[in-house]
Design a protein around this ligand. Structure first.
Ligand SMILES: Cc1cc2nc3c(=O)[nH]c(=O)nc-3n(C[C@H](O)[C@H](O)[C@H](O)COP(=O)(O)O)c2cc1C
Length: 197
């Protein structure tokens, strides 16, 4: 029997650069997600949840200071039924801070769907997204087909933070519809049969 409990969507902001454009795209993405009533939204901003790049030895717990930092982000990823990753393109890939946040986690990604909103120069961050698909497959996540991308994002938002091209809103709805379908389907499947990684 499908549950009526709202899904939990985590939107991850993948850029931590000083002066970053990410908050504009992140706020727009959150507003698109808020148009649906079947999930609650948590924005995980990697600027607010910094993690070290030094990992513990296999089988060893993280250092006490690191455990405190992980406590600010890991439970939120674990609680999520679905993710939207908002990412720019850095050197034909995605930012190192995002890869680091991904690598600190493993079961938190298992059998969960991931959608993308990307931005950048001529490619609109699509190369970053394609690389993320490969990484997330290793983590047993399911990436949805349709994405939202902003090429030359600097002039793609107005002063209110709305996308100037209405096609962007349509693209977001398509991506979020696919994400919600997978999130409902996977949550129901896991309730019947726990995912075995
Ligand atoms: C280190 C670095 C590398 C970049 N490499 C690319 C690239 O390969 N392709 C591209 O389209 N844009 C590239 N850009 C432009 C970024 O996509 C653009 O500056 C964007 O605003 C970065 O996101 P942010 O402002 O949220 O950090 C690069 C930017 C930086 C800082």
């Amino acid at each position: 029997m499908p549950t009526t409990t709202p899904l939990r969507l985590a939107i991850i902001l993948g850029s931590t650069r000083d002066g970053r454009f990410a908050p504009t795209v992140g706020a727009w993405t959150r507003a698109r997600a808020a148009e649906r009533t079947d999930w609650t939204v948590d924005v995980v901003d990697l600027v607010e949840t910094p993690l070290p790049t030094v990992f513990p030895a296999f089988g060893q717990p993280p250092a006490p200071g690191t455990a405190e930092l992980l406590a600010k982000v890991s439970p939120r990823l674990a609680a999520a039924d679905a993710f939207v990753i908002v990412t720019p393109e850095y050197n034909h890939s995605f930012p190192a801070a995002l890869k680091n946040a991904i690598d600190w986690h493993n079961p938190e990604w298992h059998a969960k769907p991931v959608g993308f909103v990307s931005y950048g120069g001529v490619s609109g961050g699509l190369r970053a997204v394609e690389q993320l698909r490969v990484v997330l497959a290793e983590l047993h996540a399911v990436t949805v087909r349709d994405t939202v991308s902003f090429h030359g994002h600097w002039d793609k938002f107005d002063a209110e933070g709305d996308a100037v091209d209405p096609a962007s809103n349509t693209a977001a709805k398509t991506m979020l519809d696919q994400l919600a379908w997978w999130a409902h389907a996977l949550r129901e499947a896991k309730a019947v049969r726990p995912y075995a990684a």
